[in-house]
Design a protein around this ligand. Structure first.
Ligand SMILES: Nc1ncnc2c1ncn2[C@@H]1O[C@H](COP(=O)(O)OP(=O)(O)OP(=O)(O)O)[C@@H](O)[C@H]1O
Ligand SMILES: [Mg+2]
Length: 223
């Protein structure tokens, strides 16, 4: 279980996240919503150990983010808002490169399979020749190389066509439900949020989102 207690983050003197507390169980998909600048990416960066909170604690299966950073990192798959892959390298080379960095040992064939599961069939072509949606799929495939227990995805479906969006969505659902992974992801697409998420966390306590999600049957937690 992921447990977040009294999490607070300020940049300079600006309060971004104020006293967030919630827990997420394995297999749960949590949507993070809120207006631009609300703090969604900030929360994901804290959970990805890229940034540190000013106050509060995070634990993952009883491992503390403060004390067991190295152990925690092995459990995390993170896809940042800006795609982070090597443009000049091929899909295969990217997968092999990140496999070397990961705490795992996967064959080239296993890595290829991971891409194919996401309907990314390009392999020996430079990443710069891929479309934006294909790059996103590759970035998600990279985040799964080391079988993380928690997947943090910052707008994984932004700017991509409806078919790919549905493919990515159902792939993520499968990752949560069949592999028992915790998924936290941000999106501005409320239909997608309603469809994919078990619960929704609304950052910025904005009534606008609460209203939209009111009759969706989803539990909404506001901060
Ligand atoms: N490294 C930083 N230094 C200073 N301020 C920052 C830093 N990172 C983010 N911020 C500020 O924190 C606030 C929250 O930013 P964040 O990127 O988390 O928002 P967001 O909810 O992800 O927005 P969007 O929907 O536009 O992606 C913004 O006001 C932003 O300017
Ligand atoms: Mg963001």
């Amino acid at each position: 279980m992921l447990n977040i207690q009294s999490l607070t983050k300020r940049y300079n003197r600006k309060q971004i996240l104020n006293n967030l507390s919630f827990s997420v169980l394995p297999g749960e998909v949590i949507g993070l919503v809120g207006e631009n600048g609300a703090g969604k990416s900030t929360l994901l960066r804290l959970l990805a150990t890229i940034d540190k909170p000013n106050k509060g604690s995070i634990t993952l299966f009883d491992y503390s983010y403060k004390k067991h950073r190295k152990e925690i990192r092995k459990q995390i798959g993170y896809v940042p808002q800006d795609i982070a892959i090597w443009d000049e390298l091929t899909v295969k080379e990217n997968m092999l490169f990140f496999e070397k960095l990961a705490y795992t040992n996967k064959t080239s064939e296993q890595l290829r399979q991971l891409c194919l599961e996401m309907n990314l069939d390009k392999w020996d072509v430079p990443v710069k020749t891929l479309s934006g949606g294909m790059k996103r799929k590759l970035n998600i495939a990279i985040s799964l190389i080391h079988d993380p227990t928690i997947l943090l995805l910052d707008e994984p479906t932004v700017g991509i066509d409806l078919k790919s969006k549905i493919e990515i969505g159902s792939y993520l659902l499968k990752q949560a439900k069949e592999h028992n992974r915790i998924i936290l992801y941000t999106s501005h697409d409320m239909d997608e949020i309603k469809h994919l998420c078990d619960r929704v966390i609304c950052i910025g306590n904005d009534l606008f989102y609460k209203e939209i999600l009111k009759n969706s049957g989803k539990e909404v937690i506001s901060f």
